[in-house]
Structure formats: structure tokens, C-alpha cells
Design a protein around this ligand. Structure first.
Ligand SMILES: C[S@@+](CC[C@H](N)C(=O)[O-])C[C@H]1O[C@@H](n2cnc3c(N)ncnc32)[C@H](O)[C@@H]1O
Length: 210
């Protein structure tokens, strides 16, 4: 596993990714977000919002959303798109888990935690738990340990960012302070760089314990 990234390198790597391809996962919102729209009670936190495809979709449904992302390029793309569309209910902040403050009816974390270390994942999920109101929802998707693209290589990485695939056991541990409403493993096809397949955990959970 590569562990030579310096403290701020990740944000810079993501800046480069988005500078090369401004809509790397297209402008279409994640299927997970569309599927669980009914569980999105505002205000919503979109953690690791990227260029805002999910936040913008949510704001277009009339819901208030705050997107946080490490990458200043991504945040600027998300702000510009949101301004262009005249959305007043989407706000974007550059930063990481330390920026999470306030209370949310739902937290979204789409495609983020497999790019963080295990310690950080625990910290991030605890921060989500603290920020979600009682009966509020947590929606997550991440790469599973059977992922055919990243499990093939000895040192899987995305543009130099280490990818840590996540087992069902770890998912259940991460969600131990939530009630899991649904947990499924989905196949998905992706087309950036070159066509490839992923296996993703998709989870809807509810905060029922303080
Ligand atoms: C695969 S992209 C997904 C973007 C977006 N969720 C989507 O579905 O289009 C992962 C994003 O998470 C962001 N990210 C990774 N670690 C983060 C952290 N600790 N705090 C905030 N953002 C983070 C990256 O900058 C990147 O934009």
C-alpha cells in the first residue's frame, strides 16, 4: 500500500483529477442518491461532494445541502455550476472531516471512504453520527473487497491515492452505532480513464442510538 502521500497531497491530487476532467463521473447524480432521495431530510451534508453532481441534484429537488470537499478545484466547479443554475440552497466548503459542524437530517458519503485510512474512516463515521439528528439518515457507497478493478492489483490506487477495499465485516462495524435499513452489494460500470467494473456497498442507515 502506498503511504508516501504528504499531509496535503490528496487535495492536490484531486485538484489535478478535476482539472483534467471537470465531470469525471458525468453530471448525472449517483444512482444511490436518486434511490434514497426519500430519506434525505434537510439540511443534508454531502461529504466528499466532488464537483457537486449529487448536491446539485438534491438542491434542484428543493432541499438545502452543504457539500464539503478536500479539493478547491472541485468546490469551485460545484459553486460555479450551482450559481449558473441559480440555486440558493446549495453551499460548498473546502475542507475535510474537521470542518463538519452543525446538525443534519441526513449525511451522504458517496465514493469517499475507500480512499481514506481505517483510522480516518472511524473518525469520519463518528463525526457523521454526532452530526446527524436522531432518526436522521446516513447514506453511503464505497468499493467492496470483491471489487474486480482494484482487487486485481497489489497496490491499488486511483491517480496515486491508495484505495482500501472494504469488507462486509468492516461495513457492519462502521455502522454499529446506526440501524442498517438496507445493505446491498451492487455491480456498477464506470467509464473514466477506461471502461471498468466495480463492486460497491450501498447502505442506508438510520441514527437510532445516541
Ligand atoms: C470519488 S470522488 C466522489 C465525489 C462525489 N461524492 C460524487 O459522487 O461525485 C471522492 C471525493 O472525496 C473527496 N475526499 C476524499 N477524502 C476527503 C476528506 N477526508 N474530506 C473531504 N473530502 C474528501 C475527494 O476530494 C473527492 O472529490
Amino acid at each position: 500500500m502506498q503511504n508516501c502521500l504528504k499531509k496535503n497531497d490528496k487535495g492536490e491530487i484531486w485538484d489535478n483529477v478535476y482539472s483534467m476532467n471537470k465531470t469525471i463521473w458525468s453530471d448525472i447524480p449517483s444512482k444511490t442518491v436518486v434511490r434514497f432521495l426519500h430519506a434525505l431530510k434537510p439540511p443534508i451534508l454531502d461529504f466528499g461532494c466532488g464537483y457537486g453532481r449529487n448536491s446539485i441534484y438534491i438542491a434542484q429537488q428543493g432541499l438545502k445541502v452543504v457539500g464539503i470537499d478536500l479539493s478547491k478545484v472541485a468546490v469551485s466547479l460545484a459553486r460555479n455550476k450551482s450559481e449558473l443554475l441559480g440555486l440558493k440552497n446549495a453551499h460548498f466548503v473546502q475542507g475535510d472531516e474537521k470542518m463538519i459542524s452543525g446538525k443534519f437530517g441526513a449525511v451522504l458519503c458517496i465514493g469517499v471512504i475507500h480512499g481514506t485510512t481505517k483510522d480516518k474512516r472511524d473518525f469520519i463515521i463518528n463525526s457523521f453520527h454526532r452530526s446527524i439528528i436522531m432518526k436522521g439518515f446516513f447514506i453511503l457507497s464505497c468499493f467492496a473487497d470483491t471489487d474486480p478493478t482494484y482487487s486485481k492489483k497489489n497496490e491499488p490506487s486511483f491517480h496515486g491515492i491508495p484505495v482500501e477495499l472494504i469488507s462486509e465485516k468492516e461495513i457492519k462495524k462502521l455502522f454499529s452505532r446506526f440501524k442498517i435499513i438496507t445493505l446491498t452489494k451492487k455491480r456498477a460500470n464506470d467509464f473514466h480513464d477506461k471502461p471498468h467494473e466495480h463492486h460497491q456497498w450501498v447502505c442506508l442507515a438510520q441514527k437510532v442510538f445516541s
